[in-house]
Design a protein around this ligand. Structure first.
Ligand SMILES: NC(=O)c1ccc[n+]([C@@H]2O[C@H](COP(=O)([O-])OP(=O)(O)OC[C@H]3O[C@@H](n4cnc5c(N)ncnc54)[C@H](OP(=O)(O)O)[C@@H]3O)[C@@H](O)[C@H]2O)c1
Length: 248
């Protein structure tokens, strides 16, 4: 019987989720990651190798979440770490935001994590952990990010609620709150390149440490919350170059 610890990382085909997957693989864990884009899925398979199970699954779709949960239980039995990381950020001016865009943000960023945690609750053993990815946007007022930031504020509230819910089971629930991290998220945004370049420059200037963070720095925090933070639950750990703590 394989006794290695197990992890599911939603949104693990790219960016910080993939860095978490690599870190867990390096610990000898069995890892399943999800994503959606064919190119990302193929790249994740190539980079993470045969030791990782790479699954296409929409993090905001309840039917797919149920199917994924069955797959996790069938393949792993128990799930030691659940990383709810998949996120959707589509900037839009307030006046142009559509109901569809708003619903899409809340489906992936709030509803998905809620129902994935619910579906996998029976698989999480005493001593297990859930780590959610929020955002420092959840304490900011950003003109084009209202729906995203509101969804990440809901996710922060969900972190506390889930922590209370899972307390009797001995499962800790915490969040990592990234500041600006160099991933494909900004690169994939539909904004024109010059706008993206200006945004990136502004982010660097606004960050006390004057740089973007690296996906690996998020992965280190997720590993700490999953394994090291044994007396911590319901918390949100900022990994943001000092932004939320020194400027807000
Ligand atoms: N980058 C930042 O500066 C930053 C700052 C604060 C918070 N965050 C949060 O950090 C998390 C990870 O973001 P990242 O920067 O690493 O972004 P990323 O490089 O774009 O990766 C996002 C991941 O989420 C997956 N994903 C998106 N929508 C999905 C869906 N509906 N179903 C399944 N998978 C989906 C993507 O899959 P595919 O690639 O296969 O489509 C990808 O694996 C997100 O929750 C994001 O909101 C990011």
């Amino acid at each position: 019987m394989n006794t290695a610890k197990t992890a599911l990382i939603t949104g693990g085909t790219n960016g910080m989720g993939r860095a978490v997957a690599q870190r867990f693989l390096d610990r000898g864990m069995r890892v399943m990651v999800t994503g959606q884009t064919p190119a990302s899925l193929a790249e994740a398979r190539a980079i993470l190798g045969d030791d990782a199970r790479v699954v296409r699954s929409d993090a905001g779709d309840l039917t797919e979440i149920d199917a994924l949960s069955r797959l996790v239980t069938d393949e792993f039995g128990t799930l030691d770490v659940l990383v709810l990381n998949a996120g959707l950020a589509e900037p839009s001016p307030f006046s142009e935001m559509t109901g569809r865009g708003f619903d899409a943000a809340f489906a992936v960023n709030v509803k998905g994590p809620f129902f994935t945690a619910k579906a996998l609750a029976p698989a999480l053993p005493d001593g297990g952990a859930i780590v959610l990815t929020t955002s420092i946007g959840n304490i900011m007022a950003r003109p084009t990010m209202l729906a995203y930031d509101a969804s990440k504020a809901a996710l922060r509230a969900l972190t506390r609620g889930l922590a209370a819910e899972f307390l009797p089971r001995g499962v800790r629930v915490n969040a990592v709150s990234p500041g600006p991290i160099r991933t494909s998220m900004i690169a994939r945004s539909p904004l024109p390149d010059d706008v993206k370049a200006r945004m990136e420059q502004q982010m660097v200037e606004a960050t006390p440490m004057r740089r973007f963070g690296r996906a690996e720095e998020i992965a280190a925090a997720v590993e700490f919350l999953a394994f090291g933070a044994t007396f911590t639950t319901g918390a949100e750990l900022p990994v943001d170059g000092g932004w939320s703590q020194l400027l807000s």
